[in-house]
Write a protein that binds this ligand. Structure first.
Ligand code: NAD
Length: 245
């Protein structure tokens, strides 16, 4: 139903569990996609899988100069960016009293500050071309908070605030800015949680199952499509009922 033919997308964290699925589904719907991440081997493997509509640009998002290079490289490969999926993210969990300055800064840098830097570089082009679809991957804990995740939940709440504000500034230019807030999704990020924590989370999900990256695909495609043109500034929760707002 949704056709992204002619549209050019950049996705960060594309070698991760959710990022890989987003790259696949964007290409399946005919977009050209620049997949970004830190690990060239993983990105090459992804390109092998996704074919000629997949382009590669490595970037460590904690480094501002690499972010500038990423956008230059993406422009070189794709010409411009219509769709930006801000997906890369990290956790460095710790109880607040033990959380170090580094644990705070590292998470805020990768999860939130890099979004600011990338959006500064790409929004002007979208405004000029009068088209854009920006999707920030937040998290349920950006709304609920989470013990041991002050850094992570602050970064994800920050993305929601950034989304709301930017959406208002660019709304007249046919640019939408939205968040997807996943609940608990099976990926390398959640693999590292111990079984006790996983069981506790599972027990709190009304659908009684942990999500998979595929559970996010249709929402991504919809928000990335021209058909979602009147939806902006929103946060769509995808969590099996774990949190309702
Ligand atoms: P993941 O660990 O599989 O993937 C994260 C990706 O981010 C990886 O590709 C990693 O290389 C990349 N990344 C990390 N640090 C980076 C850096 N400095 N520079 C560039 N890339 C970097 O995790 P995932 O579950 O696929 O997470 C994807 C997004 O979804 C994240 O923003 C995460 O916070 C969010 N999220 C995940 C869940 C979940 O349950 N898995 C829930 C809510 C939100």
């Amino acid at each position: 139903m949704f056709d992204l033919e002619g549209k050019k997308a950049l996705i960060t964290g594309a070698s991760g569990g959710i990022g890989k699925e987003i790259a696949k589904v964007l290409i399946k719907h005919n977009a050209e996609v620049c997949v970004s991440g830190r690990n060239l081997d993983e990105l090459n493997a992804l390109k092998e899988l996704l074919g000629e509509k997949c382009y590669i640009a490595t970037c460590d998002l904690s480094k501002k100069d690499e972010i500038i290079e990423l956008i230059n490289k993406t422009d070189e490969l794709l010409g411009h960016i219509d769709i930006f999926i801000n997906n890369a993210g990290i956790t460095k969990d710790n109880i607040f009293l033990r959380m170090s300055e580094n644990e705070w800064e590292d998470v805020l840098n990768v999860n939130l500050n890099s979004a600011f830097s990338i959006l500064k570089l790409i929004t002007k082009g979208m405004i000029k071309r009068r088209y854009g679809r920006i999707i920030n991957i937040s998290s349920v804990v950006g709304v609920t908070g989470g013990a041991g995740q002050a850094n992570y939940s602050a970064s994800k709440a920050g993305l929601i605030g950034l989304t709301k504000s930017l959406s208002q500034e660019v709304a007249t230019r046919n640019i939408t800015v939205n968040c997807i807030a996943p609940g608990f999704i099976e990926t390398p990020m959640t693999e590292k949680l111990d079984d006790k924590r996983k069981d506790a989370i599972l027990n709190s999900i009304p659908m009684n199952r942990i999500g998979t990256p595929k559970d996010l695909s249709s929402a991504i495609i919809f928000l990335a499509s021209k058909e979602s043109s009147y939806i902006t500034g929103q946060t769509l929760h995808i969590n099996g009922g774990l949190y309702t707002n």
